[in-house]
Design a protein around this ligand. Sequence first.
Ligand code: MRU
Length: 336
Amino acid sequence: MRTIDWVDGAVELIDQTLLPDRLEVLRITTVDGLIDAIRRLAVRGAPALGVAGALGVALAVATERDPGPAVARLRAARPTAVNLAWGVDEAAARIPEGPDAVLARALAIRDDDVAACRSMGERGADLLAELLGDRPLRLMTVCNTGGLAAVERGTALGVVQTVHERGRLAEALALETRPLLQGARLTAWELARMGAPHRLAVDAAGPFLLARGHADAVLIGADRIAANGDTANKVGSYALALGARRAGVPFVVVAPETTVDTATATGADIVVEERAADEVVTFRDRRIAPEGTDAVNPAFDLTPHDLITAIVTDRRVIRLDMGETLASVPPGARMP
Ligand code: MRU
């Protein structure tokens, strides 16, 4: 089953706000409907947002007399994951060639994602075997980087899936991911469907569990990787990277090439989405903090490149721990 697809002239996507209780598909026929789905995280995760952006341009071309303003609004629906703007730009570049060319590019982006996630799974699992040996692994992860964050298979969770398929997963430790609980709601759901052994932990337990030796490696996805390797990902990633470094545990970023943004020099230049205070002071629409409490709610944080052991993409593995950089290991290096 695909997280997002183009079906009979519309975008269809799994409504992730309803999981794990209900598995429902939303059929979206307007760009504004898609923007709303993106903003409320019915569709989310960097690779899925890239596909959504591209398919959204196809919708804009089909429904708007002048698609320009709708395309610009779609591009800005969420700021941190570079894939959204990338997907929009890729499809929009075909507008002069007509609607069929736009749709063809969007569908190619969808298909490329499926292949890229398979490649990341293999490369990531190979890297873990290289770093840790051919033994059962306990892998910690945050947020949701599985098929729900992409089209069919995921990035960091795709590596967990590949390790499981190779018979080498002792346990996946998923962090719940406050405030929207992508780990508890989505990652636990995916791991159960995979038949993978797993447990859930609160976010704050992550670094301590690493210190106590409960995981052999940490795998995270990425929303944007700057030219120097600094990585924006779900808030909580930075604390895990610090904990992993202190515990001597490998900390691996897994993301497609489309998440690498060489136009952004360092993490300091990445815009981190600030979401509504309501997400923090309420839980499932019930207020949990005293009335009037304000909140700060960054959706992402930045992990400096020097805390990252390796970046795994669909086309290369960059061993930052060995002094390699995105510039010194070009895409296509270390192909199997
Ligand atoms: O706010 P979200 O749920 O869109 O955040 C998603 C993440 O932070 C993921 O780790 C990232 O997009 C990579 S998904 C393969």
